[in-house]
Design a protein around this ligand. Sequence first.
Ligand SMILES: [Ca+2]
Length: 379
Amino acid sequence: MEDLSRRRVLGLAAAGLGAGVLDPRGARGNGLVKKEQRVPVLHATDLFRPHMDPDDHWDLACVYALAHRGDIDLKGVLIDHPPANRKDRNPDIAAVTQMNLICGLFVPVAVGSPRPMTSRSDIQAHASRTDHHGVGMVLDVLQQSAHPVVINILGSSRDVAIAGKKNPDLFAAKCAAIYLNAGTGSPNMGPASKREYNVTLDTLAFAAIFELPCPVYWMPCFEEMESRQERGVREYGTHYKFQQNEILPHLSQNVQNYFAYMFGKYTDHNWLHYLKGPRDQALLSKVGGMTRHMWCTAGFFHAAGYTVTRNGKIISRDEKSDQAVFSFDPIKITCTDNGVTQWTPDDRSQHRFIFHVQDVEHYQSAMTTAMKSLLMTLP
Ligand SMILES: [Ca+2]
């Protein structure tokens, strides 16, 4: 076993994509990394106020922490249109604005399409510019970026799928990778298997992502949906959980207030004064005792050029550590219109990969430790 203490941890991003050592105090400012070296990222998320699943707010904080550190260049936040049956929800522009202010960034926001795809090649030619606000952001970010862009999908696949079908040549040239957080990773998914939530948001869009001419890093949320009891860590599912007070009390007051404003489900417009105001210790203590279920964290590290060891250390993907708790394995995959996936390992595959937990025993604690050290870099 290698001596981790002698290894450089929290190290270099992928070759040519970033440079520097992650400073847990956040002292490494954005100015130390040239902008063109950061990985351009577009973040598509079902981030609502009041929140539905608060994991999207944790994820947003993670990508802002990577942007603040200079690992990624966060090009935009695309927020799904609230589901048709959730008219009490709005895209949480306050959370994005709070994170922009905390990090001194100016990341724009767009809202996704309310129109489900009617086939997996449906480009919704008659949609208004309003309906295609999010689709427009995807196409614009890819067109304007000097370097190929990573796209994170954390909710519906709709807007990215429509954009890809509208301009496949642009995706071939300018989409570095799609990290698709949806579906179930069982190699034996049957036609009657229960669909994962993000798939059900727009099943045809989920299927369409696998047809796009760009790399897809598929991150199934669970291995399968059948066993509802103790959903422990499985090899082909990203799911893990942690108790929020493992991380919350260690974050800056700004970031604690960002989380409290979300957990409090405030729908006032007081986001700025709340952010700068006193900590709501009673609320934070209450939510600190709650378990949070998480899925997407590993993809953020991977896109930024990192992996995570069994001890929760964030290291460069280039280090080829045998201690990495996850990998992305090349596969061949098909997906039906109903969202039923079938995949097999394929060493020749260049553009389709599946998330694979390499260390089932340590994955959950490793991801929690890594997320904590990442979020502690936020000012
Ligand atoms: Ca989500």
